[in-house]
Structures are given as structure tokens and as C-alpha cells.
Design a binder for this molecule. Structure first.
Ligand SMILES: [Mg+2]
Length: 279
């Protein structure tokens, strides 16, 4: 027997089925959202997520942006819905409560503490590392509150080379990782990423990976595009090759559609496998 989500919302399917998806984790840039489209988030996807949220599904935007930058992006996108949670800077979790963002304090405090300790060890070698990178590559290097070393490379190839160089320099610090998205990168603690933050959200909400859907397009999404953290892993058509390969390795789905259209396709495919359609 098949049901539309509207029938579901009216309770017609109540006694025979349960929604398979309980948490939706979407990256923002290049996944949910595209600056090259109008609207930036497809209306169809917005309606689909709204309908699922109405049924109790929790939606989290899992992004490399910080909270202010994400808020700006959401406002510019003109969306009528807001996520229930956000993971920002690929590691900090906030809950949406009556128009404000409440820190998930236990996780965020432990995350900050781990990074503080790790970055103390890194700082000693940073002057030499920064000088070497500036000498070899066309790049802008800076420090922010999340990482003692961030860079913006002139192109993706240069970013990949610097990434490789840093992996080599810090090979004796296994807890340290370089988190890269396109030409941008920062240093981070390996234990805190989009995947582990999603797992923490599942733990807090008592939702197992069997009911989690994750979609992303770039390298910083790789930790959450894993069957360790999500039953459904989806990449839109515009995802970088390494992400598409990882998703297929995890028996996930790569859409023929870009950005939010690909996410909507993945969500609908997951629902259809459980007899639900969105109309
Ligand atoms: Mg992205």
C-alpha cells in the first residue's frame, strides 16, 4: 500500500507505517543551496523538508560556515523554514529554539577544549610552516577563532597541494586533520567533524543511524557521508569526484541533478522505498 506524505500528515497511514527517516543532515553550500540559482534553495525541496519536519523529522544543516555566515545565507535564500539544529564550522552543534540558537553545551565545550589543547601543540611549529607555504604557493593565510591556520588558495589544485603538504608536516599529530572545502581549509581535531557531530545529534535524540539521511558535495562532507553515521548517503550531480566515489563505495546514491534538486531526489527515493510519495 502506498501513501502520500499529505495522507500521512492526515493520519491515514498512522497505524500501518512509520516514517523511515528521522534525521535529515544536509550540507549548505552546493548541496541545499546554490548561489547560481533563483531561488537558491529549490521550492520543491523546501516544501518536502517542511512536510517532513511537520511529521517530526529533525532537519540539521551541517556546514563549514560559522553561525553568522549561515544565518546570512539562510536570510538571502528567503526560506520560510529553519533547521531544527545546525552543525557549524563542521563541529559545533546548536539547537533552534524560538528564533535563537542554543549551544549544545556539553558537546561544544568538550569540542573547544580538545581543540585548544591540540592547537597549543601546533602553534610551536606554525611560523615555519606558514613561511614555507607562503614561499611555495599563491595563497592567503590567516588565523581565526576556529583554527590557528586557515588558507584560501588561488585554485583547487593549489589547495590540494597545500593540503598534502600539511598532512605531511603534521603526520606526527594523528589527532590533527586538515578540513578542506574547495579552495578553503582550516585545521581541526579529527574527533570533531560533520560525521561525529551528526552521531552526537543522533545520540541526543535517540535516533540510530538506520534512520539518518545525509547529503553533501565536497571533501568536508566525507566524514558524514558514511554508513557509520547515515543509512542513506546522497551526493548531488555537482559533487566533487572524490565525494561521488565515496558515496558509491558506501552504496549511496549520486543524483543526476544539481544541489537541492539532487537532495530532493534522494529524499523522495528513500521515502518511495518505504511506500511514501510526496505530492
Ligand atoms: Mg558544500
Amino acid at each position: 500500500m502506498r501513501f502520500t506524505l499529505r495522507e500521512w500528515s492526515l493520519g491515514l497511514a498512522y497505524k500501518t507505517m512509520s516514517l523511515p527517516i528521522k534525521i535529515i543532515s544536509t550540507d549548505f553550500d552546493g548541496t541545499l543551496h546554490s548561489e547560481n540559482e533563483v531561488p537558491r534553495v529549490p521550492k520543491h525541496l523546501e516544501l518536502l523538508i517542511a512536510r517532513l519536519q511537520h511529521q517530526g523529522v529533525v532537519w540539521v544543516i551541517n556546514t563549514g560556515r560559522d553561525l553568522n555566515h549561515l544565518e546570512a545565507g539562510l536570510s538571502l535564500a528567503g526560506m520560510s523554514i529553519r533547521p531544527d539544529y545546525v552543525v557549524v564550522v563542521e563541529r559545533e552543534i546548536y539547537k533552534h529554539v524560538e528564533g535563537r540558537w542554543d549551544s549544545v553545551e556539553a558537546w561544544n565545550t568538550e569540542c573547544s577544549r580538545a581543540h585548544e589543547i591540540l592547537f597549543q601543540q601546533v602553534k610551536r611549529s606554525l611560523p615555519i610552516v606558514v613561511a614555507e607555504i607562503e614561499n611555495r604557493f599563491q595563497v592567503t593565510i590567516y588565523e581565526d577563532r576556529y583554527s590557528p591556520l586557515c588558507f584560501i588558495a588561488e585554485d583547487v589544485e593549489t589547495a590540494a597541494e597545500i593540503h598534502k603538504y600539511l598532512d605531511g608536516v603534521f603526520r606526527d599529530l594523528p589527532e590533527l586533520t586538515v578540513v578542506r572545502n574547495h579552495v578553503y581549509a582550516r585545521l581541526s581535531h579529527r574527533a570533531y567533524n560533520k560525521g561525529t557531530a551528526l552521531a552526537e545529534l543522533g545520540r541526543l535524540l535517540n535516533v540510530s543511524r538506520d534512520h539518518i539521511f545525509a547529503a553533501g558535495d565536497h571533501l568536508n562532507d566525507l566524514p558524514m557521508l558514511s554508513k557509520d553515521y547515515a543509512h542513506w548517503v546522497v551526493a548531488p550531480a555537482n559533487a566533487v569526484p572524490l565525494v561521488k566515489e565515496a558515496v558509491l563505495r558506501e552504496s549511496g546514491w549520486v543524483s543526476d541533478l544539481d544541489c537541492g534538486h539532487g537532495v530532493a531526489w534522494g529524499l523522495e527515493r528513500a521515502l518511495a522505498m518505504h511506500g511514501l510519495t510526496f505530492e
